[in-house]
Design a protein. Structure first.
Length: 566
């Protein structure tokens, strides 16, 4: 009856009246929709919803998904981040947080660390995680037969089982950053104890790992030559922190970044790891993609070796070479602005960083004045553009050779450094070599006048291995062969004291000494860049020790949401 009457009324409307009525009806429905939506939004909230898959592209291939065999292969680290856990992990603010550990105690003398483990954590095969697994992992690293590249980090550490849920670490000397070591991924003893050290690298579990992490190994694909093309992992429904939201994670491996970029733009992958900086400007403007930045505790510098070029023993020369380099120019022209300039080894966002010490110090004229102060004068009287300086008494030309790893980006940096030093009148040659050759023929023997190279620290920086005089020779990392008694004392105290005020004060003094003595020219800290589809949410890591730690919160990543009552 109601609808019949409504139809009769509608038939009596003119065409204009019908049009107006329809418009009003549509506006009413839109208003009603927004009213209901607003009401729902006030009593509900959007929360992550499980579902979906995510594909990450990266250049290279995996070797060992094995925490104690990992060295410089970022892909191995990435995959291990999904499968394994450490006692501690990095949180989104760049600080350590508990992972497999529930709490920790440190003795007053800073030599004994007692770690209490979480209960009811299961390995992917259903076995229970205990202190036995922790002890096995540490002892395997320390055993020379396993040839773990991590052995140096665990020298002098005694790991003891107190109970199934308590582990004690004893150190010979206090070492304040020790907790960073406990981000090491733990391996299952019941899987590996029957694998001999000789067979360790050959075991199937290196490619089909079993861990405690948020994702379980599902499968990998190879081509006809045996090259691994992809890895797929599925969400661990028994993960101690709760099942991950994204159900499947796949890694696709590419031979070069051109292939990776192509796959990204075709949407064959959802993310591309370690985005080349020269691809940043174009990709940053692409709709549907986000380029993420992560700050890592690393720096690039030119290290001077006065043993190979005695001119570098003059502090005025070293300071002049430092002042002549415009770091902001390097960052803008070579790094697309994706780096922070540095005058010291500690980068912005990390413990001990000093904004005051890292102010722009580019000053070519001051550099020229320092050379003249040391007796280096313009020897060219004909006014040619490329000047050379010679020592007034010996007529020795000011020359310098720079070596560096073969890398397009670093080669561009080297060319700008050469141009900068030529403005001082320095004759400069540079040579790039394959990293293996550079390490074997130059770094190991300290056989260079200067070297352009990068160093990785930790979020809680320990500069001892890089600048203490005891570390001048391989395997030490003091590439400038620098020695300073005051600096040595500060480095020793800083790594041992637990007093944070003292540590911060010491780190400032250490940086002041390095800046004044200029045994190296600190250049910049580049961001780690990776591209993600804009559909991804929940990834919050901005500061990390390693690129792989961008995945440390992967269990909280999500693609979809649902609304629930508040």
């Amino acid at each position: 009856m109601f609808f019949a009457r409504l139809r009769n009324i509608w038939q009596k409307f003119t065409l204009a009246e019908k049009r107006t009525a329809l418009i009003l009806a549509v506006l009413f429905l839109i208003g009603l929709f927004f009213l209901i939506s607003n009401g729902i939004s006030k009593i509900t909230i959007a929360v992550p919803k499980q579902g979906g898959s995510w594909t990450i592209g990266t250049v290279g291939s995996p070797h060992f998904i094995n925490p104690i065999l990992i060295q410089d292969n970022d892909i191995d680290r990435d995959l291990s981040e999904l499968v394994y856990n450490g006692l501690f992990k990095m949180s989104s603010d760049g600080k350590l947080s508990f992972d497999l550990a529930e709490k920790s105690e440190i003795s007053p003398d800073g030599k004994i660390y007692t770690i209490y483990l979480k209960d009811d954590i299961l390995w992917h095969d259903g076995e229970t995680f205990t202190a036995n697994d922790v002890i096995f992992t540490i002892e395997a690293i320390q055993d020379a037969e396993y040839q773990s590249p991590l052995k140096y980090n665990w020298q002098g550490v005694i790991a003891e089982k107190v109970s199934d849920s308590i582990v004690r670490f004893s150190l010979k000397n206090p070492y304040e950053p020790f907790l960073q070591n406990l981000t090491l991924k733990i391996m299952p003893k019941h899987i590996w104890q029957n694998v001999s050290p000789r067979s360790f690298v050959l075991a199937d579990y290196n490619l089909k790992p079993i861990g405690t992490g948020p994702y379980l190994f599902e499968k990998f694909q190879k081509d006809a030559s045996g090259q691994i093309l992809s890895y797929t992992f599925q969400a661990n429904s028994h993960y101690y922190a709760g099942p991950p939201y994204i159900q499947n994670i796949t890694f696709n491996f590419y031979v070069d970044f051109d292939k990776g970029i192509e796959a990204l733009l075709k949407k064959n992958i959802d993310s591309l790891a370690d985005l080349p900086v020269d691809k940043y400007p174009a990709l940053a403007k692409k709709l549907g993609w986000k380029v993420e930045q992560i700050s890592l505790p690393r720096y690039y510098a030119v290290f001077f070796n006065a043993n190979k070029n005695r001119v570098l023993s003059d502090i005025n020369v070293r300071q002049a070479l430092s002042l002549a380099i415009d770091k902001n120019l390097i960052i803008s022209q070579v790094l697309s602005g994706q780096a922070n300039p540095l005058n010291t080894p500690i980068s912005s966002g990390f413990i001990g960083y000093s904004e005051e010490l890292n102010k722009n110090n580019y000053d070519l004229n001051a550099g020229l004045a320092l050379l003249e102060k040391s007796g280096w004068v313009d020897s060219d009287q004909d006014g040619i553009r490329e000047k050379t300086y010679s020592k007034e008494k010996t007529e020795t030309e000011l020359t310098l050779k720079l070596v560096l790893p073969k890398n397009k980006q670093l080669e561009q940096v080297a060319e700008l450094i050469k141009s900068s030093w030529q403005k001082l009148g320095v004759k400069v040659e540079w040579e790039s070599l394959a990293l293996r050759d550079l390490e074997k023929d130059y770094l190991k023997e300290r056989n260079y006048e200067s070297v352009l190279f990068g160093n990785m620290l930790g979020v809680d920086p320990d500069l001892f291995a890089f600048w203490h005089s005891s570390q001048k020779n391989d395997p030490g990392l003091n590439l400038s062969l620098y020695g300073n008694v005051s600096l040595d004392a500060l480095l020793e105290e800083t790594r041992q004291t637990s007093n944070q005020a003292t540590r911060l004060a010491n780190l400032t003094k250490i940086q002041e000494i390095l800046l004044n003595d200029s045994p190296a020219v600190f250049l910049y800290n580049p961001y780690y860049l990776y591209a993600n589809s804009s559909t991804l949410k929940g990834n919050n890591i901005k500061i990390a020790n390693y690129p792989s730690e961008r995945l440390s919160d992967i269990g909280q990543w999500y693609l979809y949401t649902k609304r629930v009552f508040k």
